[in-house]
Design a protein around this ligand. Structure first.
Ligand code: GLY
Ligand code: MN
Ligand code: MN
Length: 538
C-alpha cells in the first residue's frame, strides 16, 4: 500500500508520464460502433412506427456552467444510438414510409450544424454536413434549412417525438441552435401552447380503452393523479372518471381531445430497443466494465488510511483514462465510514479514510457505454468482526440475486431474493426486530439496466436475452440508528454488472475481487503508486 497524500489533479497529470503504458489501442476500428450498427437500429425502430408516421429526435441541449463556459457536452443517448452523431443542435427525422422530398424518395433526414472555421478555431472541429453524411449514411442538410423544411403534416397520422425539454435557453443569436430548432418544430406541427405529452398520452388511453375497460382505466388514472397532482385539474380526465354509467362514459370518451402529436410512445419504443444489447454493444460494455474492475484493483492495492477520498477517486479515474475511457458514466461515489451510508455521496471531501470501510461506486464510460461497479473495502486492509458480518450478509444477498437473473424472470426477482436474505440476516444479527424494518437499512432497489446510460431505459418486465443489469444489494447503518452502536457507520454495497442470456448469467465485473479473503489478499499486494511521493506544497 502507498503512503502518500496529494492533490488529485497533480496525480492525474503527473502519472501519465510515470506509469507503464497500457497495451491497448483505444482507436482500433472493431472497438467502435460502425455505420451499419446505427443503420440497423434505425431500421428496427422504423418497424415499430405506426403507418403514416414520422419520428423526430433532437440532440440534447448544451448546458451552461458559468458566463461563457459550458459543461462538457453529453450527446443524447437515443440520438447517438440511432445516428452515431455526437454534436449538438441537430435533428433527426425518420419516416415510416419513404416520402417525396425535393423530388427524391426519402425515408430519413439529418439536420446538423455546418462547418464554421471561426467557431472551430476556438472549440474544435465539427463534422459539418458532409462529414455527418459520411459517418451516418443519412441524407444530411445544414440545420439552418430546418426552418424551411416542409413536413407534410396533413398526410401524416402520427407525429412522434420524445418529450421536449422545457428549459433550453435562447443563449445565442444562432437561428439554428436547439432553442430555435424546437420553436421551428412546434410551429411546423402546430403544437398548442402548453401541450402536455403526458396528458395527451392519457387522453389516448381513455379513447382507446376507456369504453371497453372502465374499471382498469379508472384505476390507472386515479393512480396517475396520485403521483402527478396537476392531472387532478384536468377537465376531460375528471369527466371520464366521474362518468357513472355506460352512456356518460361513451360521451366522456368521445370528448377527450384527439391529436396526431405523441410525445410519449417514442420514448417507450427506444427503451425497448436499448434494453437488448447487440454483440457490438456488449463488446464496448465489457471493455468499460473491465476497465472499472481494474480501477478497483489498483485502488485496493494503493489504499492507505492516510489517503483522502478525493485521492482514491483520482486513482480510479486515472486508471480509466489510462485505458482510454473518456469519462465516468456518473459522478464517482467514494465514501468512507459515515459517508458510505449516503447512497449517492459525491463530495469526496473526507481528508483521510482512516480505518473506515470505504465504499467505491465508480464506472468508466468507454465509447459512450458505461460500467457501474461498487466495491467496499476496509481502509487498513483488514475487516473488523462487525464489518465482516455486514459485508458477508450483503455478499450472500448478492449471490441469491445472481441466481434469479434468468431470461423470463420478472425484473423484480433479483431484488426480492436479495431483500429476503438481508431481512433474515438483519433479524439474526438483532439489527432489526421485525422483517418490515428491512428498508431502513436496505432502502434502494437491487437492479437497473446498464448501457449508454448508467440507469439505462428498458421495459422493467421479464428479462430478455442479451440484457445487462446491475446487481447491487447494500446495507447502510448511519450513526444514531436504533441498533447496537457497534454497527453504526457501517455502509456496504457490492455492485456487479450482469449479462443475462438464454444460457444463464455472466458476471462481467468478476475481475474485481469480491470475497473477504480475496479483498484482503489484493489489498496486501504492492502498488505501482507506493513510491509516488510528491513534495509538500504550502
Ligand atoms: N452508481 C449509481 C448506481 O449504482 O445506481
Ligand atoms: Mn447501479
Ligand atoms: Mn453504482
Amino acid at each position: 500500500m502507498a503512503a502518500f497524500r496529494l492533490c488529485v489533479l497533480i496525480l492525474l497529470a503527473a502519472l501519465t508520464a510515470a506509469t507503464a503504458q497500457v497495451r491497448t489501442n483505444p482507436d482500433k476500428p472493431s472497438d467502435t460502433l460502425d455505420k451499419t450498427f446505427h443503420q440497423q437500429r434505425r431500421e428496427q425502430l422504423r418497424k415499430q412506427l405506426p403507418p403514416r408516421s414520422v419520428a423526430v429526435f433532437f440532440a440534447s441541449p448544451v448546458r451552461n456552467r458559468a458566463n461563457d463556459v459550458d459543461y462538457y457536452y453529453h450527446p443524447d443517448p437515443d440520438f447517438y444510438y440511432l445516428t452515431g452523431y455526437k454534436e449538438p443542435n441537430a435533428v433527426l427525422v425518420l419516416f415510416s414510409e419513404p416520402q417525396s422530398i425535393d423530388g427524391k424518395q426519402t425515408k430519413e433526414l439529418l439536420f446538423v450544424q455546418p462547418n464554421d472555421p471561426q467557431y472551430e478555431l476556438w472549440n474544435g472541429e465539427r463534422l459539418g454536413v458532409e462529414g455527418a453524411a459520411s459517418i451516418t449514411g443519412i441524407a444530411t442538410q445544414p440545420n439552418t434549412t430546418f426552418a424551411a423544411f416542409k413536413l407534410d403534416t396533413a398526410s401524416l397520422q402520427h407525429i412522434l417525438f420524445k418529450e421536449l425539454p422545457h428549459d433550453v435557453r435562447d443563449a445565442t443569436a444562432d437561428q439554428a441552435d436547439l432553442y430555435s430548432l424546437l420553436g421551428q418544430f412546434r410551429s411546423k406541427v402546430k403544437m398548442p401552447i402548453g401541450f402536455d405529452a403526458q396528458r395527451n398520452m392519457l387522453y389516448n388511453v381513455v379513447r382507446e380503452q376507456g369504453a371497453s375497460q372502465p374499471e382498469e382505466i379508472k384505476g390507472y388514472l386515479s393512480q396517475m393523479m396520485q403521483y402527478y397532482p396537476a392531472l387532478r385539474q384536468d377537465r376531460y380526465l375528471n369527466d371520464y372518471l366521474q362518468s357513472a354509467d355506460a352512456r356518460s362514459r361513451v360521451k366522456a370518451v368521445a370528448a377527450t381531445p384527439k391529436s396526431k402529436l405523441d410525445g410519449h410512445t417514442l420514448g417507450q419504443a427506444m427503451a425497448g430497443l436499448r434494453e437488448v444489447k447487440t454483440e457490438q454493444e456488449l463488446q464496448l460494455l465489457r471493455k468499460a466494465i473491465s476497465i472499472s474492475a481494474q480501477g478497483q484493483i489498483e485502488v485496493m492495492k494503493a489504499m492507505h488510511p492516510k489517503m483522502s477520498e478525493m485521492e482514491l477517486q483520482g486513482i480510479h479515474e486515472f486508471v480509466h483514462k489510462k485505458y482510454g475511457a473518456q469519462h465516468v458514466g456518473y459522478p464517482s461515489i467514494v465514501g468512507a465510514g459515515k459517508n458510505a451510508c449516503v447512497l449517492h455521496y459525491i463530495e469526496s471531501k473526507k481528508p483521510t479514510v482512516d480505518s473506515d470501510l470505504v465504499l467505491m461506486d465508480v464506472g468508466a464510460e468507454y465509447k459512450g457505454y458505461t460500467a457501474d461497479v461498487t466495491r467496499t473495502i476496509p481502509a487498513n486492509g483488514k475487516f473488523t468482526k462487525e464489518q465482516k458480518e455486514i459485508y458477508e450478509l450483503v455478499y450472500k444477498a448478492q449471490e441469491a440475486a445472481f441466481a434469479a437473473c434468468k431470461v423470463g424472470n420478472n425484473f423484480q426477482a433479483p431484488h426480492r431474493a436479495a431483500e429476503e436474505v438481508i431481512a433474515n440476516g438483519l433479524l439474526k444479527l438483532g439489527i432489526i426486530k421485525d422483517r418490515s424494518e428491512v428498508q431502513r437499512y436496505f432502502p434502494h432497489g437491487t437492479s437497473h439496466y446498464l448501457g449508454l446510460d448508467v440507469h439505462d431505459p428498458g421495459s422493467y418486465g421479464a428479462f430478455k436475452h442479451n440484457t445487462v443489469i446491475t446487481v447491487e444489494p447494500g446495507i447502510y447503518i448511519p450513526g444514531g440508528s436504533p441498533c447496537d452502536k457497534k454497527w453504526w457507520n457501517i455502509g456496504v454495497r457490492i455492485e456487479d454488472d450482469i449479462l443475462i442470456t438464454d444460457k444463464g448469467w455472466e458476471n462481467l465485473s468478476k475481475l474485481a475481487p469480491r470475497t473477504v479473503a480475496d479483498l484482503e489478499k489484493t489489498m496486501a499486494q504492492p502498488s505501482g503508486l507506493d513510491n509516488f511521493i510528491l513534495p509538500e506544497i504550502d
